[in-house]
Design a protein around this ligand. Structure first.
Ligand SMILES: [Zn+2]
Length: 427
């Protein structure tokens, strides 16, 4: 029976034995406050991860995101990649984690950057999302080494920046510069906190757009002489609510997006501004400009072209109804949906690992938001990519964020087994 060989038992034992080291590595990373924005202490964290990987037998390289505007002297964008080649150069399994964290925010009962370990949990901003994942990746590889298992392939572990703000100086940069690429990378696993028994096979698409409604300024006492742009925006919002929303709600993707509400297409109004600032001194004016930004999450089945055409169609109908207002559409950001092929070996490897380690069947999910998977799939052209790692999705970005130590150990084991299987060390 696969999964019960002495070799596998040895690797799992080595993970178990390394528990304190895995926890300490995670907590030490949490103590480096890599807050994004603006991108603090990235260099410290990259070097710390690099030093640790070097101790674990990796060849370590650093990649500053030269050419990116956000890579500055004050806030350098430094990525780190560790490589360990075994009996053969290929296949290569690349494990990637982002080490930037979102700001701590309010509501903490302990130091968000204290790296507190208590009651079987590691607390702190970034503990769950996703410094625990980086530790799991590094020690999955290390347990294989300590168990003395020869790996017929290459293991890479990277720590990258800026995932929380789009990953352009991080994974996208590594992909654009060929460091993660279909010509050298066979499999990619991103240990994001998706829960210890779930494998994430992609995400929905994102279309951020702005609509600027322009009317005509006039004296506020004679509004009939002007055209109010805020009222014009009101017509658009009404059309979105009455015409677009029911259509979106009726669409359901075959991709297993969680939570359930995100199985359908959605739209959110990110922000709206028109007329005079409400806290400022008021003058009697008809508002001549109103702008709003929308966040449309689209399904793999919809595609971007259809998504944008539908928005344009709503605008055209509103224009016909409200001819005196000018509506201008501007694209702000497009992220295409990704989905790992159902029969991808990387899904099978994680599922087998979850089955062996946790004794239950893994659930396939897709993310309601996006993560660095998009760059691996779209820029690097590596289709065999999943997210799998320790930590509960609901903990991400919360006050008193934590990662359970037993989840961390279990997912380290799953990652180790996945590496063995993907490199052909085990069947
Ligand atoms: Zn994350």
């Amino acid at each position: 029976m696969p999964g019960s060989s002495p070799l596998i038992e040895r690797v799992l034992d080595e993970v178990e034995r390394a528990t304190d080291e895995i926890v300490a590595f995670t907590a030490d990373m949490v103590r480096i406050p890599t807050v994004n924005p603006p991108g603090e202490h990235y260099e410290d964290c990259a070097r710390f991860i690099g030093d640790t990987l070097a101790r674990l037998g990796f060849d370590v390289e650093y990649f500053a995101a030269e050419g990116r505007p956000e890579h500055t002297a004050r806030h350098p964008r430094l990525n780190v990649v560790g490589t360990r080649t075994g009996l053969a150069a290929r296949p290569t399994v690349h494990l990637n984690g982002h080490f930037d964290v979102v700001p701590a925010g309010e509501g903490w009962t302990l130091d968000p950057f204290g790296g507190v370990v208590r009651n079987g949990r590691i607390y702190g901003r970034g503990s769950c999302d996703m410094k625990a994942g980086i530790a799991a990746a590094a020690f999955a590889a290390e347990a294989i080494r300590r168990a003395g298992v020869p790996v017929p392939g290459t293991i890479e572990v990277s720590g990258t920046v800026d995932e929380e703000s789009g990953g352009f100086a991080g994974v996208a940069w590594l992909a654009e510069h060929g460091r993660i690429s279909s010509t050298r990378t066979d499999y990619c696993i991103i240990p994001e906190p998706l829960n210890v028994d779930r494998v994430c096979v992609g995400h929905r698409g994102v279309y951020w757009f702005e609509v600027a409604a322009r009317g005509h300024i006039a004296h506020g006492s004679m509004p009939f002489l002007g055209v109010n742009a805020i009222d014009g925006m009101g017509h658009l919002l009404q059309a979105i609510r009455e015409e677009l929303l029911p259509a979106l709600a009726a669409r359901r993707t075959e991709v297993p997006v969680v939570p359930e509400g995100a199985r359908q297409a959605t739209i959110n109004i990110n922000g709206i501004f028109g007329g005079q600032p409400v806290d400022g001194i008021q003058t009697p004016c008809v508002a001549d400009v109103c702008r709003a930004v929308f966040d449309r999450r689209f399904l793999l089945e919809e595609g971007f072209e259809q998504t944008k055409r539908e928005v344009e169609a709503v605008l055209d109908r509103v224009r016909a109804r409200v001819p005196r207002v000018d509506y201008a559409l501007r694209d702000l950001m497009v992220v295409h949906p990704t989905r790992t092929p159902d029969d991808s070996p990387v899904i099978a490897a994680i599922e087998a690992g979850v089955g062996r380690v946790l004794g239950r069947k893994a659930t396939r999910v897709a993310s309601p938001g996006t993560y660095d998977h998009k760059h691996v799939a779209r820029i690097a052209g590596v289709p065999h990519c999943v997210a799998y790692g320790p930590g509960e999705l609901e903990q991400a970005h919360q006050p008193d964020e934590y990662c359970r130590v037993d989840d961390l150990v279990a997912s380290t084991k799953v990652l180790a087994l996945a590496i063995l299987r993907l490199t052909g060390a085990t069947s």
